[in-house]
Design a binder for this molecule. Sequence first.
Ligand code: ADP
Ligand code: NI
Length: 219
Amino acid sequence: MEATEQLAAISKYTAQKLAGDVTGHGVDHINRVVTNAKMLLAEEPSADYLITLSSAYLHDVIDDKLVSDVSAAQQDVEQFLSSIEFAPDQVHTVMLIINNMSFSKSLTDDQQPLPLEGQIVQDADRLDAIGAIGITRAIYYGGHHNEKIYDPQIAPRTSMTKAEYRNLNNETIINHFYEKLLKLPDSMNTPVAKKIAKGRQKTMTTFLEDFKAEWNGMK
Ligand code: ADP
Ligand code: NI
């Protein structure tokens, strides 16, 4: 099978798995991550195109926020990749990437170093969590999960373990910026993503300043 045919099959697989998603992980998010990954690939010619884009398409289909049985979802992806003629080492690399690239995984000790392809997909995903799109996704996610918009009495927790991060029960949308989103620009792997993230950070800090000024009736 040709790489373009394999990627078309993977795109279709992901669209089926994420159809109807209302948590901000829909196909629109995947397509932006793929677009970001292509842009970063242009600057990183030594990265493998097929592995990078396959991982970009598949990175959310095994997320424990989206599937109840993570290991069944992992097995399903592995079988699917074999069925479209991915070699065992290619399946292995894609699984390594999608299992280890999340922010919550980065809060644990058992995190595996990512190959360049994984670093690109991680940057591509993180770029979609910041800036104007990132602001919109955080509000969308917070609304869906009954979070308060803001509560000046609830201080953001800027250092958390994975378990604490997963079990936040009085999260506010504004605190999510301090607990995760404002930290992402510093965690970018590739020089181009770092540069783009700087601009998107400004969008978020300006938004937060305006938000608080308006909250306090000052603007
Ligand atoms: P991704 O698919 O980018 O890895 P996540 O699964 O962590 O992201 O979350 C999906 C989107 O929802 C992201 O834009 C993220 O910032 C946002 N989000 C995640 N957790 C929260 C939260 N507790 N409050 C508000 N937004 C959140
Ligand atoms: Ni994602």
